[in-house]
Write a protein that binds this ligand. Sequence first.
Ligand code: AMP
Length: 285
Amino acid sequence: MTTGLEIVRTVADLRAQVATWHAARATVAMVPTMGAIHEGHMSLVRQAASLADHVVASIFVNPLQFGPSEDFEAYPRGEARDAALLAEAGAELLYAPNASEMYPQGFATKVRVSDLTDVLCGASRPDHFDGVATVVTKLLLQCGPDIAIFGEKDFQQLLIIRRFVDDLNIPVKIVGGAIVREPDGLALSSRNAYLTAEERETAPLLHATLRQAAQEMASGLTTEHALESARAVLEAAGFRVDYLEARDPVTLAPVSGIVSAARILVAAFLGKTRLIDNVPVPPKA
Ligand code: AMP
């Protein structure tokens, strides 16, 4: 497949291309992914292309962020198809290193963000965010983009990335991208492919229930009441709720009672598939 997208696999080649662009006083935006490209990733690439002169996308299925019983081996891989979609959305360069380029023999460093990583997804996936923080730090330092874009789909991840980029003085502007959804509301995710036909029919209820809870909270119902009924709806439909919480949208501190600004975040299993989603609680009418 010809894509018009140049593919580089080493830090040296990536840096050489970015240096050429920077020497011409052009700006560079990076969109890190694990491949299995869908419209969610493509919207981030389009956003990147609207904010910078050149877009680098990366594909790296990062072993460090998968738990021992998670889907690292099964994670969908298909570089030619992914490259074509990234090019179509406006990426000019694809950085697709192999594991030994990213983690050479002797690699021994970990980036760990405290507090923010202990809750929500961090509570049920113990080393996940250390893996994410470590690889995103490396990707940003390897590429040196002016801007990097991450989806609000992974809301906790976005806050963690903002935190370590600030803490480590990494010279990049982090931008969040809106969640892209199927017409029925299900947030796009590579893992939606794991759903059976029956589970796929149930899945949109996750977003519908979050929206309902957010509206209830915005109209003055307490957080506890809104979340309790949301949980009951999801469980009755067959979801196994990992967490369903309302949190401060900046610090992720728990919120309770009647609140004005919050984010409701959920992780829930449908069969074997773990789905995550989140919505803002709109300001009171
Ligand atoms: P992943 O390949 O799953 O690691 O995702 C790569 C980037 O795409 C991350 O910044 C995700 O937050 C973002 N992303 C994944 N799904 C969506 C979606 N449905 N809408 C917007 N961004 C997304």
